[in-house]
Design a binder for this molecule. Sequence first.
Ligand code: SF4
Length: 489
Amino acid sequence: MAGHDKGHRPALTHVPTENAPAAFVEKAREALADTSLQRALGNVRRGFVLKRAAAAAKLPEFDRLREEARAIKDHALAHLDLYLEAYERKVRESGGQVHFALNAANARAVVLALCREAGARLVTKGKSMVSEEIGLNAELAAAGMEVVETDLGEYIVQMRSERPSHIIAPIIHLNKEEIAADFRRAHGALPEARKLDTADDLVAEARAVLREKFIGADVGITGANLLIAETGSSVIVTNEGNGDLTQTLPRLHIVIASIEKIVPTLEDACTILRVLARSATGQEITTYTTVSTGPRRANDPDGPAAYHVVLVDNGRSEMLGGDFHAMLACIRCGACLNHCPVYGAVGGHAYGSLYPGPMGAVLTPALQGIDGARHLPNASSFCGRCEEVCPMGIPLPGLMRRWREQDFARRNPPLKERLALKAWAFAGKRPLLYHGLASVLMPLLAWAGRGGSFRWLPLLGSWTGGRDFPAPQGKTFQQLYAERNRRKP
Ligand code: SF4
């Protein structure tokens, strides 16, 4: 059962097709023209938006819980050093070890050394965004280890050498026919004529293939949704149970998590879990919520012989107390992606970052620098839906605006755009000039558009390239407002 059947092996090296944030504009255009992707993106509304709304409506204290959850994170971040030390002490007391990794290279080196020490040949992994952030799979694969993602969505993106296209639904961009074709290619030892028509067929096949991996694994690596300082525990939430098999069966369990995942107490963790599941999938609670503390004890029926936690900084401590501090409260629920009209139009891959959508538009420049990621905070209509639904009340549009300011200050936008913004700011700061210009331009544009809309306008080519620009009514907003007030009895 535990033998390695080559026909069942997914691609060993998880090296996603690279697509940098700098290519956003080009990738967004491709995404808009991709009819299969557009169909798949329709599932975001059906699968997440409506379910979240229903779950929130069923819980009268939902907004109060959100405030409590935010207060817990604010407190934990304000005392991060103390809680990290307390957490480390508790992990040691329970028989585990904690390793602090300042950057991605440190974190990869620690995990690789632990795996080597354990004589690992086969490593199973639960879903972990930070392990993707640091490029862990490629490092282990280069050292000759077989690394298998066990979350079904992650297993499929690994098979395709892609990045996840959503932080909680990695294959939201795919349909079942595409997945069936992938399975036929990757599971070459299985009969070609087998039935793979339904989601149940696909799940059954993945389950059978992954079972061998779970049983044969030497090391299991999981992420952590939360780390509890009071008990030295890590918490994972899944709907498949793969995380439990990943961390329970191998001899060594490695938890890899970024430092801001810490919360003070088990009760705090429960408060956050109540808003996490509802905000993410509209569930009251995920199917599996697993709290693990240390290695197997003498009376435990199962569990790993060794337990290590790798705490990854990778730029987080630089965000503490700075302009983007609030982003560290993110619990990776994905609600901001699900409600974002830009994400809903172009999907996750266009962002060229592991973290797409509004949360990625703030986090990616914080981790990689604004110069290469400048399109992401600019890819927002600032409609404010992301902030409205964020369970942690993160002011995402405000943070994106800060990135735009820094982008402008670094002279990254093209000259034409900078001059236009400067001219706008110049006029905006001089009300008389602004109103004078507006009262000349509005009738002119209304006459030119003649009650219809423009197909092209100077400086607005990106807008009119994709949609019409409605011609104004001929009067400024303030003129219309004054007229309406005059008509009032
Ligand atoms: S920013 Fe808010 S809504 Fe978006 S993933 Fe993070 S916690 Fe969820």
